[in-house]
Design a protein around this ligand. Sequence first.
Ligand code: NAD
Ligand code: TYD
Length: 344
Amino acid sequence: MKHLLVSGGCGFIGSNFVRHVLEYTDLSVTVLDKLTYAGRRENLHGLENHPRLEVVVGDIGNQELVNHLVARSGIDTIVNFAAETHVDQSILGPLVFTDTNVRGTHVLLEVAREHGLRFHHISTDEVYGHIPDGHQSVESDPLAPRSPYSASKAAADQLVQAYVITYGLAATITRGANNVGPYQFPEKAVPLFSTNALLGLPLPVYGDGLQMRDYAHVLDHCTGILTVLERGVTGEVYNVGTGREMTNLEMVDIVLETLGASRDLVRHVTDRPGHDRRYSMNVDKLRALGWEPRYDPRQAVAEAARWYAENRWWWEPIRAGNFQEYYARQYGKRLGNEAPESTQ
Ligand code: NAD
Ligand code: TYD
């Protein structure tokens, strides 16, 4: 492994991964990113002239472009972060999720097959669906996605596994828990709540706020992916998280406490349709490769909230731009009529 094609490297996790790889390995990186609303060049700020980094703007669904990138350089591995990633956006406009997450991944698999590349796919705990109390998802559990986002991610996982079986592709998958940390687009809960608290705006908690998530630090996800690239068994899937979950209300309390903001900002609003109550993963399989998470979930959420307090330069222009249209569409009615209503 010498040269990675990192698709989606200008997004939240991809950009943290690129920084990590350039700092701690000798690998070269070509980023391929479409720069959707969630992909931002400034996520890679400071790396503009890095001798081992190249950034190409383009779509993973463009087979000619991906073929060209692989053919003209020494790329030997594709790491696929590129995706549409927000559940609420997938409820408002689902088709682009199929275009990128399913067809786009399929195009990358075709290129990997043609050129004999190693392939690593970034998936999510959401493919397991809602997990009842007392169970933690293991990698062999059936997939039971319940939103257009998670269904598109599950479809991609199954394509990757089909390529392993049918063509012997050297592929692995990691399924990450809810990541938090620097450069996460403020549509997601922790950056939305942090930036709202910093702006003195209400925090729209869906339903009763007792849904459970494993809030994992993005750097632990990055080291987990690198561990699988270096020591994972091809054909295998690895869960990546802390293995411990908390309720959204607990997460909100950590954000408010870290930022010194008042609990009066919390508003219980109309729930997300089909909202998964609980995700929880067992991460022993990755631990067996020698990986350990460094952050516990409370620390991860607090550090993320602090980052937004200290990096207004990054999120203020986002919040002042097109994001306002999305915010009005997603929250206008919800915050106007504040009666909680659950759809579980
Ligand atoms: P993000 O939305 O911040 O970034 C996605 C990136 O992909 C953006 O830079 C975007 O421009 C790019 N992209 C989108 N469509 C593209 C296309 N057609 N061609 C090329 N680039 C395209 O997402 P993220 O949170 O960094 O998530 C990265 C990956 O990790 C995704 O596959 C996601 O499903 C997975 N994941 C995310 C989380 C999480 O908590 N954020 C958890 C588990 C797994
Ligand atoms: P999110 O960051 O969207 O991740 P996911 O839905 O993929 O888990 O949401 C995390 C949790 O926070 C989830 O249970 C939904 C909830 N949530 C709210 O209560 N209010 C919000 O405005 C958002 C965006 C999320």
